[in-house]
Design a protein around this ligand. Sequence first.
Ligand SMILES: *Cc1c(COP(=O)(O)O)cnc(C)c1O
Length: 411
Amino acid sequence: MNDQKLAIFGGPKVKTTPYGTGKRFGLEEMKELTEALEQNTLFYHSGKKVKQFLHDFNQLYGAKYSVATSSGTAAIHVALGAAGITEGDEVITSPITDQGTLIGILYQNAIPVFADLDPHTYNMDPQSIESRITPRTKALLVVHLAGNVADMDAIMEIADKHNLKVIEDCAQSYLARYRGRLAGTIGDYGCFSTNDFKHMSTGDGGIVTVNSGKEEDFHITHAFADKNYQRFGTAVVRDLNYLAPNYRMTELQGAVGIAQLKKLLAICEKRHQYGERLTNGLKGLKGISPHQVIDGVWCSYWFYMLRLNESELNCTREEFAKALSEEGISCNAGYIPQVVYMQPLFQKRQAYLNSQYPFDLTGITYEEGLCPEAEHILKTAIRIPVNEFFTAQDLDETIQGVRKVTSYYTQ
Ligand SMILES: *Cc1c(COP(=O)(O)O)cnc(C)c1O
């Protein structure tokens, strides 16, 4: 195989069959949706579906309390709001993430501060986190990228030492585990997204776990997603003591979520195996570094991302990605085009149109080079999709394809 001409130069393609596909939604979702409609209400507090969804989620996660939201972005905003993060507070987070991680920070008028990443797990490096702490730091917003859990023992130790809240962004990391504990149950809050691109989908939606186990924290979190309506006693209390948005989940989302949750474990298992086998098939290959998972982490691979070792390869990252695509292997050069702090919002320091607030509270700037490892990751990574419907053949051909291209460019 390896001495064959690359497809990009007219040789035979490694992959000639289409990737496995399947249906994410079926009669199970339909049945739940029908029942939701038959309730004659789609409001979460009047119906049973969102309540059931959260009950099932709590069972699966061993969580005492969780709150449903309208999106993952909303879930993160709710966690920050409930944690009391406010004006001028600094929240340390990852520069390689979805912008949904950052939006809640800025809506609370707090300031995102970026820690650099581990070069091969792509998660926040505890040492870099510690170096970013100032008297303004109030929280760590830990993104578990692509199903891979960050080094939570080290991170929780830093948080304890500096008295910081820890919010886990688990949008990409369903059922991922760290030394026997589920991601999203280790920090103070765990935030999940059920948008259509995640392991499970309700179209849009989200969940926040409240891990203190305290009823008061649960009530504050719950109300923060619901305009500060307090729906705990017999009568609803509408006293508005401070701002809270309407981030409610509807019964339609809850209904689909009930059926999706039943499939979640199998989905995560398939993705875990696919990722592990990919790593085994690529281990020791000169020219690339596989997606690294630290000891004791069980990764549910939302995607797989390897890195090219530039000094060992005589091609650019773009040439590599092009050659691999030509072999019939789905892949992308990198993940997001650039670290999030290079976005115009941070470069112009403009969270709100026509305003420099809250950045002008501290005069923070976001320069290129702030997180060199994160920047380098995005310039040297090849992202390979992972899907629960992919077959053993898809896996074998992906391994063969990467080996063929790597072997050619390391000659
Ligand atoms: C998807 C995602 C979000 C935001 O979720 P939405 O439901 O799209 O708002 C936040 N953080 C990460 C890491 C994500 O992947």
